[in-house]
Design a protein around this ligand. Structure first.
Ligand code: FES
Length: 620
């Protein structure tokens, strides 16, 4: 059904665009094509156990936007009323009638996206806010008719805890268990910020059961979650998934627009996010053979928009100049207030935001990288759809935010896709042709961010594109696509879907804009500190794209400064690591809050030299 002629797809009036999320793959098909056929044609593998006969019910997808044929009898037999109400369809039954956006749930994909949950290990001494105490309370008798609360407070006072707050939700959840266990229990006591002796009862749990914490990194694209033993600081289990808000916009700006332009848009974005996090909580607890009630403390980090959407704050002002945050100080609220299914008394802590586009996740990343205490000159970048950069030099910390866009996630790239099996992640040019390596070592389907940057760096080095990014028409690997020239990376005979994988001038341009935005940010921070890139001792590169990025390609394309490779350190999900530090350490929270107060933010859009620096940075 795909309208491909020869090696390169051509225009066709009768065609529909199919956006497959959260993969980030776009396919073009004729009307009447089933969604299953469209995914197969794009190289995205859905679970289709019955081969599309409509008997297995495994190919569930959700229509986010656009028009499909009416529900078939097979679908009404396989899908529940609630699923149908939520927009679920069977991919093998539903036919495409218009441009559509399809959300593919993880269980319907044969291979999951590579998730960014890895990073350096927790290496600090635990100093948690919630501490355990095991007590055996006297049972009520006819001569001791004190209330449960009074009995509990008296026993805690005997053990030196005389100033204790006890909330109704904690009692409601815990006193039945106390009776079942003969009045023996482990009590989680949380330090109140008002005084060293004042505490709050957070949880009533089985004797000697671990007090657990949850650290969450809410990325624009991905969610990472870590289950931590608060006493030891050990990471018990970690997991991740795609941010479900992708279905409402691939970047922060489009999410803000969705929240502002749709009735209940903000609530929809929040509830989708919380639902996914609750699902991660269940997965973590199931793997660790524990219960969500054991989670007595939660820390969440995210960029300012994710932070605001998560806790239900307005985001309208983040989309309009001068782009101010609603909240910049750290926040503490009951985790259940945002809908997290953890212990009823558990608190949720969010570290400070620095600015509208430099959020708590960057503070967490800087904390994990110890930039606050750095005596050397260090540049730290967290590369994503928005890139935050901080320079530590001469006792100062200065930061900025760059609108790098989703190109490094494979979006807005003709054959781009996110980092899933089949995505080209490495490209080399040798013996007059491109050699590619894909995630999962399968036949290529498309190209992800690290691959496209490699391809550009190699194409430039081989003289296939010039320093402006313009392809040299005379080169044998240049093909023509509807009047525009493109670099053929992989011939149709070597791809999974039987079509060329190409890189157009527009693709190169998208990457140029992204890399110029980041490089301009780097240069302006260096200029503000009156130093040169050669004065830098170290460059830390964090974030999903930063982890898999080939530093050599980043340097030769001009994205990053030319320094010896050993001065670069790719640290993985440093924001997730920072969230774990904040979870287990009171002093880490104090450091993060102090750092956020002292960091100097530079707004690039109004900076006098931004336009010139950005323009110069466009060249390879
Ligand atoms: S592939 Fe089995 S129901 Fe669709």
């Amino acid at each position: 059904m795909c309208v491909a002629t020869g090696d390169i797809m051509t225009d066709d009036k009768q065609q529909c665009h199919v956006d497959l999320e959260p993969i980030g793959r776009r396919e073009i098909v004729e009307p009447g094509t089933t969604i299953l056929a469209a995914t197969q044609s794009s190289g995205v593998e859905l679970v289709a156990t019955c081969g599309g006969m409509g008997t297995c019910g495994n190919c569930r997808i959700r229509l986010e936007k656009g028009e499909l044929t009416s529900l078939t009898l097979i679908e009404t037999g396989k899908l529940s009323t609630a699923e149908i109400g939520a927009g679920y369809r069977l991919a093998c039954q539903a036919e495409i009638l218009s441009d559509v956006r399809i959300d593919i749930p993880p269980e319907s994909l044969t291979a999951l996206q590579r998730l960014q949950i890895e990073g350096l290990s927790v290496s600090i001494t635990p100093d948690p806010l919630v501490l355990p105490i095991d007590l055996n309370l006297p049972q009520p008798t006819l001569t001791d008719i004190r209330s449960d609360e009074a009995r509990l407070k008296a026993s805690l006072a005997e053990h030196g805890f005389s100033e204790i707050d006890v909330s109704v939700p904690v009692l409601a959840n815990g006193v039945e268990k106390l009776r079942e266990t003969g009045w023996s229990a482990r009590f989680g006591l949380r330090q109140k910020s008002t005084s060293a002796t004042h505490k709050e009862l957070i949880a009533i749990l089985p004797v000697q059961s671990p007090l657990l914490g949850l650290a969450i990194d809410i990325g624009t694209t991905k969610l990472a979650a870590y289950l931590i033993d608060l006493s030891t600081g050990a990471t018990l289990v970690k997991t991740g998934t795609m941010n479900p808000q992708i279905a409402y916009g691939e970047d922060v700006v489009s999410r803000i627009a969705y929240a502002n332009n749709n009735e209940a848009g903000r609530q929809i974005l929040q509830s989708r996010l919380v639902k996914s996090i609750n699902s991660l909580i269940r997965e973590l607890c199931s793997t660790a053979h524990t219960a969500p009630e054991q989670i007595v403390e939660v820390v969440a980090v995210g960029n300012t928009a994710m932070h605001h959407l998560f806790v239900g704050l307005p985001v309208r002002q983040l989309g309009e100049a001068p782009y101010v945050a609603t909240v910049s100080d750290s926040c503490e609220l009951r985790a259940r207030e945002v809908g997290l299914q953890v212990s009823p008394g558990a608190m949720l802590y969010l570290p400070p935001n620095i600015a509208g586009y430099v959020g708590a996740d960057h503070v967490a990343m800087l904390l994990a990288s110890s930039l606050g205490q750095a005596s050397r000159s260090i540049l730290a970048l967290d590369i994503g759809t928005n890139t935050e950069i901080t320079l530590a030099y001469g006792g100062r910390l200065i930061c900025c935010s760059c609108a790098s866009g989703p190109a490094f996630e494979g979006a807005h790239i003709r054959d781009g896709m996110r980092a899933v099996p089949g995505a080209i992640e490495r490209v080399r040019f040798a013996n007059d042709h491109f050699q590619v390596h894909t995630i999962g070592d399968t036949l290529p389907v498309g190209i992800c961010g690290s691959g496209i940057l490699d391809a550009i760096a190699e194409a430039f080095a081989a003289g296939i594109i010039d320093r402006r990014g313009v392809p040299r028409k005379e080169h044998p690997l240049i093909a023509e696509l509807n009047g525009t020239v493109a670099v053929r990376l992989v011939p149709a005979s070597a791809t999974k879907h039987g079509r060329d994988i190409i890189m157009t001038r527009a693709d190169v341009n998208e990457i140029q804009l992204a890399k110029a935005a980041i490089r301009a940010g780097v240069e302006i921070l260096l200029a503000e500190s009156e130093i040169d890139s050669t004065d830098l001792d170290e460059i830390i590169v964090a974030g999903a794209f930063g982890t898999y990025l080939n530093i050599g390609s980043a340097i030769s394309s001009g994205l990053l400064p030319e320094l010896p490779l050993e001065q670069y350190h790719q640290v993985g999900n440093a924001a997730g690591l920072g969230a774990q530090h904040l979870l287990i350490s009171r002093s880490a929270r104090a450091s993060a809050e102090k750092m956020a107060r002292t960091i100097e933010y530079i707004e690039l859009t109004t900076h006098a030299s931004f336009t010139d620096t950005f323009t110069q940075s466009l060249y390879f």
